[in-house]
Write a protein that binds this ligand. Structure first.
Ligand code: PLP
Length: 390
């Protein structure tokens, strides 16, 4: 099988070989349970502590402020559980209309359980209004939860300003930082954020490991009761994956500055080549405040689902925000929230580059994408002609 031309780093990342090397001993010789008091157990516990320091260092947090989880979805659920348990009388949650399904589905569930959810609108760039946010906060607000970097469009919310507003109103803030960790600098020592969720498989560690940052003064309520993680998360730790997450965080700290610029240059190379070679193409998202690796393109007149099938046949992996089943495709709720029509939303394709993307891959991908889009457009046009004649 030929190796894929992988341009879907926002969906997941491959494991970095250095990360793999770091985790392997914990799948082999160092298999002890970190709760065991003998040496084999203590080695595992020690490795977890080192990983905690590494993740803390990437975020400029204290290691005592981090709990390892099974993924970001668990981290998000734990943050909500903590904030809501601290003030059971407060029944309002503020979030945005462009959240990842991990937050969106949780909010919909809480709505069924009697919470009022305020879904802040966004403008055509996917940006929210700070004024709307401030006006929405009331004495009943238990939590504000917002995505920092949008997984589809890459739009970055102004988290520093958001944190200043929530802090001024003494409302806890949870940040879904899954897409920004390792892509932009984060300094939690200077931000008034109470909870922050991240995921291993977006930063070159394996799937099935994540972390939750809890500010030392924020309330905490475990989702899984047990004595592990200093009583903050029950269940024997996934030692090898936690070690991997630590190593991945260390590498992210090392690469961050240079890699941001390199990936932005690759993303821009892809975008400008496609804009030059194809008509009726526009870029979705806030181009001045965007993840450096993400390009969300609207290829007018095509169904992205058809293009993705043809791109996949040619070995190109990228994605559409729409949720497709064999019968139908629902347009991306993010693009609909940005004011796009269903047809426009269904024409969107997301490309996201990463640590192992090369210029050659971008140039090759451009050739294939141009070919595929022209083909889909000609098929669509022929179909429309046939329909008109009938
Ligand atoms: N939040 C965002 C922005 C994401 O992109 C994802 C994963 O795609 C998640 C949350 C959920 O992460 P996990 O797969 O670790 O549960």
């Amino acid at each position: 099988m030929r190796s894929p031309l992988y341009l879907d780093y926002n969906a997941t990342t491959p494991i970095d070989p250095t990360v793999r090397q770091a985790m392997l001993p914990f799948l082999e010789n160092f298999f002890g349970n970190p709760s065991s008091s003998y040496q084999l157990g203590r080695q595992a516990a020690n490795a977890i502590n080192i990983a905690r320091e590494q993740v803390a260092s990437l975020l400029r947090a204290r290691s005592s402020e981090l709990v390892f989880t099974s993924n970001a979805t668990e981290s998000i659920n734990t943050a909500f559980c903590s904030a809501l348990a601290a003030h059971p009388e407060k029944k309002q949650i503020i979030t945005s209309s462009v959240e990842h399904s991990a937050t969106k589905l949780l909010c919909l569930e809480l709505e069924k359980r009697g919470y009022e959810i305020i879904w802040l609108p966004v403008n055509s760039l996917g940006q929210l209004s700070l004024e709307h946010l401030e006006k929405a906060i009331t004495p009943a607000t238990a939590l504000v939860s917002l995505i920092w970097g949008n997984n589809e469009t890459g739009t970055l919310f102004p988290m520093e300003k958001i944190a200043t507003i929530t802090a001024a109103h003494h409302v806890p803030l949870h940040v879904d930082a899954v897409q920004v960790v390792g892509k932009i600098p984060i300094d939690l020592s200077s931000l008034e954020i109470q909870y922050l969720s991240l995921s291993g498989h977006k930063i070159y560690a394996p799937k099935g490991v994540g972390a939750l940052y809890i500010h030392r003064h924020a309330s905490y309520q475990p989702l899984l009761c047990g004595f592990q993680e200093q009583g903050r998360r029950g269940g024997t730790e996934n030692v090898a994956s936690v070690v991997a997450l630590g190593k991945a965080a260390e590498l992210a700290s090392q690469f961050l500055g240079k890699e941001m610029l390199r990936e932005a240059a690759l993303r821009d190379r892809l975008e400008s080549a496609l804009l030059k070679k194809l008509d009726h193409l526009s870029v979705n998202g806030d181009l001045d405040h965007r993840l450096p690796n993400t390009s969300h393109l609207a290829f007018r007149g095509i169904a992205a689902s058809t293009a993705l099938l043809l791109l996949d046949e040619q070995g190109v992996c990228c994605s559409a925000g729409s949720a497709c089943t064999s019968e139908s495709c629902d347009p991306s709720s993010v693009l609909i929230a940005m004011g796009r029509s269903a047809e426009e939303a269904l024409s969107g394709v997301r490309f996201s580059v990463g640590r192992f993307t090369t210029e050659e891959e971008i140039d090759h991908a451009v050739e294939i994408v141009v070919q595929v889009i022209k083909k889909v457009r000609s098929l669509t046009f022929t179909l429309q002609e046939v329909e008109k004649k009938n």
